[in-house]
Design a protein around this ligand. Structure first.
Ligand SMILES: Nc1ncnc2c1ncn2[C@@H]1O[C@H](COP(=O)(O)OP(=O)(O)OP(=O)(O)O)[C@@H](O)[C@H]1O
Ligand SMILES: [Mg+2]
Length: 335
């Protein structure tokens, strides 16, 4: 059941991720989450197929001679018919090269959230920080999501993904510290001082980069590599398994890219607050679920002379939910 305030309003937090979209609502015992894969697949249209999909309640749309299956079921159907999954987003942003990205996003958000329950229902949606040294993709991405969510009736505002991780995980340090999300499309880094973001940037590498490069080297399908990775990959220098060995090479590449970018950005920052004491660093996002990730990251940080003293490096309590949790906390703070 939805948790509502005395004025009947219910805030929503939304994590618009390259691989998954997660919604969060306040609930009696904390928060309630629901998620959909951010992907789709097209099937040839036939009355029979459509009838079966409807009977099985598989989210889909019929367009001309195609049926589009989107969200969680798309993976199974892509596998069944041997087709590639199509993705509305790439590297953290709406994919301008995918003509269906906007209608697919509309369908996914409608099936996940439904229309707003009341006038001016508050919703915070996560957006990546601008990638270092890349052209601006944020303006179009943010404006399009605002438009889609506005059409569903929400009063929608963006929140930086790294800051959302801090809101979710660093209440105990008064929202002072570093939050990093290691996602599918990219990694987001944010440093905040008393809930005010001081530094934020993204690195355009994540789980997808690991999967596609490991697939190219091993000759496996990307999907297969992703399944191997999600099903028990752990960092181990002497793994006899070829796929694990290749995965760890690209995993290390992502960790090194983020840590080196952090060192450079923090070293060059002109306006770092005088902190007085070491600050906590929290790791979140699906890519931190690999066994031994925390230790590997901490080791890389130590080897790279990171200029800010860190009190602890810890994993988020629920790495797949912290962005949406932080977004709903941001919405609650404005009630
Ligand atoms: N158990 C697991 N072990 C390793 N990796 C995992 C595991 N579960 C999920 N992942 C990986 O996490 C990534 C997705 O993480 P997440 O859901 O945080 O990304 P996202 O928010 O959708 O993307 P982004 O924030 O980059 O736009 C994928 O690359 C996925 O393969
Ligand atoms: Mg994410």
């Amino acid at each position: 059941m939805n948790y509502s305030y005395s004025d009947g309003s219910t805030p929503v937090g939304l994590d618009v991720g390259t691989s998954r979209i997660v919604a969060a609502w306040p609930a009696d015992n904390g928060y309630r989450f629901s998620s959909q894969l951010n992907s789709f697949v097209t099937l040839p249209n036939s009355r029979l197929t459509e009838g079966v999909l409807r009977k099985e309640s598989v989210p889909h749309t019929v367009r001309g001679n195609e049926i589009i299956v989107h969200g969680n079921e798309s993976e199974r159907f892509a596998d069944l018919i041997g087709a590639e999954l199509r993705r509305p987003m790439t590297k953290g942003f709406l994919n301008p090269g995918e003509p269906e990205s906007m209608p697919m996003m509309q369908n996914l958000l409608l099936s996940l959230l439904g229309p707003a329950a009341h006038a001016r229902q508050k919703l915070f949606f996560s957006v990546p920080a601008p990638p270092l040294g890349a052209h601006d993709s944020l303006t179009y991405h943010e404006a399009t999501l605002r438009q889609i969510l506005g059409e569903l009736g929400y009063d929608a505002k963006p929140i930086n993904e790294g800051l959302a991780v801090i809101y979710s995980e660093l209440e105990s340090s008064n929202y002072t510290g570093i939050g990093i999300s290691f996602g599918g499309g990219l990694c987001n880094v944010c440093m905040s001082y008393l809930a005010v973001p001081v530094i934020q940037f993204s690195v355009p590498k994540g789980g997808d980069f690991i999967d596609s490069n490991a697939a190219a080297v091993t000759g496996e399908m990307i999907n297969r590599i992703r399944m191997i990775k999600e099903d028990g990959f752990f960092f181990n220098a002497i793994s006899p398994d070829k796929a694990h060995q290749v995965l760890s090479v690209y995993y290390d590449d992502v960790i090194q890219s983020v840590v080196q970018a952090m060192r450079d950005v923090f070293q060059q920052a002109k306006s770092l607050p005088r902190l007085g004491r070491p600050i906590p660093l929290v790791l979140s996002g699906g890519s931190v679920l690999a066994g031994g990730f925390r230790e590997r990251f901490e080791q890389a940080l130590r080897q790279n002379d990171f200029p800010v003293p860190i009190s602890e490096v810890r994993l988020a309590a629920e790495p797949l939910n912290s962005t949406s949790r932080g977004a709903v906390i941001a919405a609650l703070s404005e009630m």
